[in-house]
Design a protein around this ligand. Structure first.
Ligand code: XMP
Length: 318
């Protein structure tokens, strides 16, 4: 029968055999799949695995620096590339959800291609593709690898896409990937992370994106997610996040009338993201979270909770 330990032994041996002493490039996203793929490859080929972790400026608060540090602590040969300005610049003024996704996909490919050219003589591109990605190629979903797939016909093939592809998790389901990760000694918190979309906060800021809006949403999201952890609710939820709505509403603060932003919180239960139910979070938790957000995040005066299931409502609002 299948065991994570046996999978690790067999796969590491196969990777050594297949790759030899050639160099491999891998895009880390901070998510479970790319992280497990990286540790597995690192175990097989060590420093010949060159990981690239791109900050698109649309990650959660402090995520880039914290996750980068964590990767370094795991001994990975990783380069963090802060391309925030480039992404936000190209997104400026754009409100259409699909166009935002396309811009992010394109800039990611440009940045990744530039970075991969710096790894001289690389022969392989590793991806954290898992079995459900293979069978469904879930249209818009998935991490960097999916982003790459849906954009590879734009303006000719970038050089890194001409590399040989290695996908060590290709035959695994998500729960098996987590078990492999645990067997490799990867931090439980990393393995238990909620899914996070490749375009990040861009599709949770309804309408156009500005650095100010990103900063507001990062604060709101951090209060919500930290709260879920503190209240021991994080692991009971499949995915959670906050949406910044493109409306202002009236409020009062002391004697003053305010006219500020509204955020929506969303937490869902799901097994694969294809269907989802909203989570019945405790009222006390929602009350505390709402107060914290309104008191601590300037520019937000109203919090609502999304009680829509998928279908018909999608998990993301864009
Ligand atoms: P929806 O909103 O379609 O989301 O119900 C289902 C799952 O997919 C994620 N998602 C994306 N992931 N790129 C991604 O990498 C995307 O463009 C994208 N859109 C949605 C979403 O976070 C949820 O887990």
């Amino acid at each position: 029968s299948w065991t994570p330990d046996a999978f690790v032994d067999k796969t590491v041996a196969e990777l050594k055999e297949k790759i030899g002493d050639e160099k491999v490039i891998l895009g880390l996203s901070g998510g479970v799949d790319s992280s497990v793929a990286a540790v597995l490859l690192h175990k097989a080929i060590g420093k010949n695995l060159h990981c690239i972790f791109v900050n698109n400026g649309l990650l959660r608060k402090n995520e880039f620096t914290e996750v980068l540090k964590q990767y370094e602590g795991m001994g990975l040969n990783v380069k963090g590339v802060d391309a925030s300005a480039r992404f936000l610049n190209d997104l400026a003024g754009e409100s259409d959800p699909e166009t935002k996704r396309k811009i992010i996909g394109r800039v990611f490919i440009e940045v990744f291609d530039d970075e991969s050219h710096l790894v001289e003589g690389a022969k392989w591109l590793a991806q954290g593709t898992i079995y459900p990605d293979v069978i469904e190629s879930v249209s818009a979903t998935g991490g960097p690898s999916q982003t790459i797939k849906s954009h590879h016909n734009v303006g000719g093939l970038p050089d890194f896409m001409k590399l040989k592809v290695v996908e060590p998790l290709k035959m695994l389901f998500k729960d098996e990937v987590r078990r492999v990760g645990a067997s490799l000694g990867i931090d439980k918190a990393l393995l238990g992370r909620h899914p996070f979309p490749g375009p990040g906060l861009a599709i949770r800021i309804l309408g156009d994106i500005t650095p100010e809006k990103v900063a507001i949403l990062q604060e709101v999201d951090a209060i919500f997610i930290d709260g879920l952890k503190k209240w021991d609710l994080y692991d009971k939820v499949w995915q959670a996040g906050a949406m910044l709505l493109p409306v202002n509403s009236v409020g009062v603060m002391g004697d003053e009338r305010t006219y500020e932003k509204c955020v929506a919180l969303r937490a869902v239960e799901s097994t694969d993201g294809m269907t989802a139910d909203w989570v019945n979070l405790p009222y006390e938790f929602l009350q505390k979270t709402s107060n914290d957000i309104i008191n601590k995040v300037p520019g937000v005066n109203r919090v609502v909770y999304d009680i829509s299931s998928k279908p018909p409502a999608t998990i993301e609002w864009e």
